[in-house]
Design a protein around this ligand. Structure first.
Ligand code: IDP
Ligand code: MG
Length: 140
């Protein structure tokens, strides 16, 4: 078993799709290990997406990710990182496969409903960004 981080983004939380997306992830075979709802500051969103700082969409991305609450979720499954990427679909919903979360729920390439870690190393760092050790152990 391995873990990955999903984040239900502000577009999906705001349009009342969080429950459907969570059910979709559970139906796809993931176990929820930790979850919370938070409103990110600009500094937090900027740091989380640090690797994209030089990209033209960085400012828009930080603006979007701070526009409303988000729901970070630690998910567990066999081969969790690759399986979650497959379950959510391509970044642009117009290119996402039928039945994927982004095909079903995303509005656009920017407002695309959900984040998923892209490697085991990034999953570990992203999980630690949002959750303390005791939250991950279910002790809080
Ligand atoms: P990913 O979320 O599928 O891993 P990344 O390339 O890592 O995609 O981009 C991170 C996030 O930045 C995307 O999920 C999306 O919200 C936003 N983004 C990526 N490309 C664009 C773009 O061309 N225009 C606007 N936003 C974008
Ligand atoms: Mg990415």
């Amino acid at each position: 078993m391995s873990q990955t981080l999903a984040i239900i983004k502000p577009d999906a939380v705001g349009s009342g799709k969080a429950g459907k997306i969570l059910a979709h992830l559970e139906d796809a075979g993931f176990t929820v290990r930790a979850m919370k709802m938070v409103r990110l500051t600009k500094a937090q969103a900027g740091a989380f997406y640090e690797v994209h700082r030089e990209r033209p969409f960085y400012g828009e991305l930080v603006e979007f990710m701070t526009s409303g609450p988000v729901i970070p979720i630690v998910l567990e499954a066999d081969n969790a990182v690759a399986r979650l990427r497959e379950t959510i679909g391509a970044t642009d919903p117009a290119e996402a496969a039928e039945g994927t979360v982004r095909k079903l729920y995303a509005e656009s390439k920017g407002r695309n409903a959900i984040h998923a870690s892209d490697s085991d190393e990034n999953a570990r760092a992203e999980i630690a960004f949002f959750f303390s050790r005791s939250e991950l152990l279910g002790l809080d």
